[in-house]
Design a protein around this ligand. Structure first.
Ligand SMILES: C[S@@+](CC[C@H](N)C(=O)[O-])C[C@H]1O[C@@H](n2cnc3c(N)ncnc32)[C@H](O)[C@@H]1O
Length: 223
């Protein structure tokens, strides 16, 4: 087991979920944009670094199938125990998301990353992450990020962070992903500390569609 996996296994073995800095009882911030127009039923969603997020049950209740990734086997064991009979709707993938995903992973309708990409600080890892994303998000599919914003903390879980702006994410994705919308949201940790995030939704263009801007504006959630 590599040292990153050990680090995360230790965190998830030693701390109750509801005391983790990124814990959200209600993950609806992530879903409210998609709930407006995304057809959840029978969609396939990939979530890198899922942790023990409550988004799993929210998504399953909307009729999705999920591929849940995490570097920590401890995380995936906890999830397996938690979801019970819903296990048939879920595939688990334990690996570093910066490394190439197995060829057996199918194309997905949606990639949702809250608080994972920002832990990648080496260029080769960031490049590997986006290569994975591009290899499995379908044309016409969506990508949703919630990452520490430029006003965000510079470390989390004892690790350095890469902070993101909308422009930074857009540049990393490349021209075949079109910005749909974005907003800023400040998460409050269980200790009461503010953690400013940037939320950004993109659509992957089909080959025939020309890259043009659909919408660009804040929905009013100020840091
Ligand atoms: C801050 S937690 C966020 C968890 C979850 N996404 C949420 O919003 O509650 C970061 C998660 O990413 C996982 N992680 C960290 N680095 C990773 C990597 N390189 N590949 C895959 N998972 C990783 C950790 O084990 C942890 O579950």
């Amino acid at each position: 087991m590599n040292s990153k996996a050990k680090h995360w296994d230790k965190i998830f073995s030693s701390t109750e979920d509801r005391l983790l800095g990124w814990y959200e009882k209600d993950p609806s911030q992530l879903l409210k944009l998609l709930d407006l127009s995304f057809d959840w039923k029978d969609s396939l969603v990939f979530l890198p670094g899922i942790g023990t997020s409550n988004i799993i049950e929210e998504l399953l209740s909307r009729g999705t199938r999920l591929i849940l990734n995490d570097i920590s086997q401890k995380v995936l064991d906890k999830i397996e125990e938690r979801i019970g009979e819903k296990r048939t709707k879920v595939s688990l993938c334990c690996q570093d998301i910066a490394l190439p995903l197995p060829d057996t992973i199918p194309k997905v309708d949606l990639w949702i990353d809250r608080a994972v990409l920002h832990f990648l600080t080496e260029e080769k890892d960031i490049v590997g992450y986006f290569r994975n994303l591009r290899s499995i998000v379908k044309k016409g599919g969506f990508t949703l990020f919630a990452q520490f914003s430029l006003k965000g903390a510079s470390e989390c879980a004892g690790l350095d962070i890469t902070r993101y702006s909308v422009e930074g994410l857009t540049e990393r994705l490349g021209i075949h992903f079109q910005l749909v919308t974005q907003f800023h949201y400040t998460h409050i940790t269980p200790n009461g500390d503010p953690r400013p995030y940037v939320y950004v939704l993109y659509k992957r263009l089909s080959r025939k569609t020309q890259p043009t801007l659909i919408a660009f504006g804040s929905t009013g959630y100020a840091d």
